[in-house]
Design a protein around this ligand. Structure first.
Ligand code: ATP
Ligand code: MG
Length: 186
């Protein structure tokens, strides 16, 4: 097979990417970006909001990739879903810590891509404030890419983004009563 060298972009630009919608594939899409970036020896930091209670394969997966990907899972699971025992105040405290962490990681200058997983729904649930999310987007370093995932992305976040995908649910195995499956769902 003939390998054609890609032209590097004439102008380097740090993008704001939003992956939202009710279908499955938002977090895994962001993880796909991390895998791709890994191939370019780029440094990636993934901060997961509202996660940390239930194991997900990506926690060890990124370590096994032996790449410059740091994943920090913050929080106590999805706020407000059945069976989650923590109060809104506790979830908000965790999300506020995650926002501070995001600032630290961004300001460290050590990352080419920052992924804020589930930040959109954290905003919708009022665990973080709109101003806090807009500030992160507006003050991000020019060349750093920022990826924001989660359902119900705020219109002003969508407005500021360069690339926005809305993943719609056509079907989900969950609706047939199929339990979450490792590798696919977590
Ligand atoms: P994934 O992490 O698989 O990319 P996601 O980030 O798009 O999914 P979330 O809203 O973060 O979806 O939900 C996380 C978990 O819930 C995943 O295990 C996912 O398979 C599952 N899930 C996603 N969409 C639905 C749905 N419509 N109904 C039930 N469960 C869903
Ligand atoms: Mg997700």
């Amino acid at each position: 097979m003939v390998k054609i060298d890609r032209l590097v972009p004439k102008e380097k630009k740090g993008l704001v990417v939003v992956i939202t919608g009710c279908g499955k594939g938002k977090t895994t899409s962001a993880l796909g970006i991390a895998v791709r970036a890994c191939g370019h020896n780029m440094r990636v930091c993934i901060i997961q909001f509202m996660k940390g209670d239930l194991y997900a394969g990506e926690w060890d997966g990124v370590k096994k990739m032996n790449c410059q990907v740091e994943l920090i899972s913050t929080g106590k699971g999805f706020c407000g879903i059945q069976g989650n025992p923590y109060s809104h105040e506790e979830h908000r405290r965790n999300a506020q810590e995650a926002i501070q962490l995001a600032h630290q990681k961004i300001e460290s200058g050590q990352f080419d891509i920052i992924i804020l997983d589930e930040i959109n729904n954290s905003l919708k649930l009022k665990l973080v404030d709109l101003e806090q999310v807009l500030e992160i987007i507006q003050q991000k370093p020019t060349f750093m890419h920022l990826v924001l995932t989660g359902r119900d992305a705020h219109p002003q976040v969508i407005e500021l983004a360069d690339t926005v995908s809305e993943i719609n649910e056509v079907k989900h195995a969950y609706r047939k009563g199929i339990e979450p499956q490792p590798g696919i769902d977590y």
